[in-house]
Design a protein around this ligand. Structure first.
Ligand code: HEM
Length: 173
């Protein structure tokens, strides 16, 4: 019983670190990002991951090793994953005041990703990919304050996915 209590406190503590300014920065910047072609912008997140960890490409069995950034743009299955990824981030950003439920979904998504061969390191790199893609699209509107809000936020999302990957089906952060 004590154990469950402390786990609840743990995730509430993480969510509690997000200030009103953070929530505003996240919603405002993500709406700006998604006001243009989302899949095209989201591609940059995965191109960043592939550059840093080329072996991730092989985890997408529908992506060939020789695929270039140009050919990836027309790979329907790959575009679909970029879309799913961005949709997940959109839900988290829009539901930022009820994040507990999103974290439960992310934990389950982490369990699935374990089967897909993704590891915590790759999930963390996706966070760097988000800031890279946001900076590319938002230019000087992507300030250091906005970046710091994203770092705080993505850490919470990634923590839940990683819990699921590590087989922890009880806690949500
Ligand atoms: C960075 C490493 C990642 C890898 C290698 C990876 C790989 C995959 C693969 C192979 C699939 C199955 C796709 C298919 O069969 O068409 C998948 C599904 C999915 N991925 Fe990822 N993924 C990664 C990160 C993420 C992240 C960070 C998110 C969200 C924040 C995400 C969201 C999704 C969603 C929503 C699905 C559909 C799940 C379902 O079938 O219910 N992925 N991923």
């Amino acid at each position: 019983m004590g154990c469950g209590g402390s786990k609840t406190k743990n995730h509430k503590h993480l969510i509690g670190l997000l200030t009103e300014d953070d929530k505003h920065n996240l919603q405002h910047s993500w709406r700006h990002f998604t006001s243009q072609d989302v899949v095209e912008g989201g591609m940059n997140i995965f191109l960043y991951i592939f550059k840093k960890h080329p072996e991730v490409k092989q985890l997408f069995h529908f992506v060939g090793n020789g695929d270039t950034s140009e050919s990836l743009k027309s790979n329907h299955r790959f575009r679909s994953h970029v879309g799913l990824f961005c949709e997940t981030i959109s839900i988290a950003v829009e539901e930022i005041r009820g994040l507990e439920y999103v974290l439960i979904f992310l934990r389950d998504l982490g369990t699935k990703h374990n089967l897909y061969g993704a590891t915590p390191k790759y999930i963390q790199t996706a966070g760097e990919g988000i800031t890279h893609a946001l900076r590319k699209r938002l230019g000087n509107k992507f300030t250091s304050e906005v970046e710091s809000s994203w770092n705080k936020f993505y850490k919470i999302l990634a923590a839940s996915m990683i819990k699921g990957m590590q087989g922890d089906t009880m806690t949500i952060s």
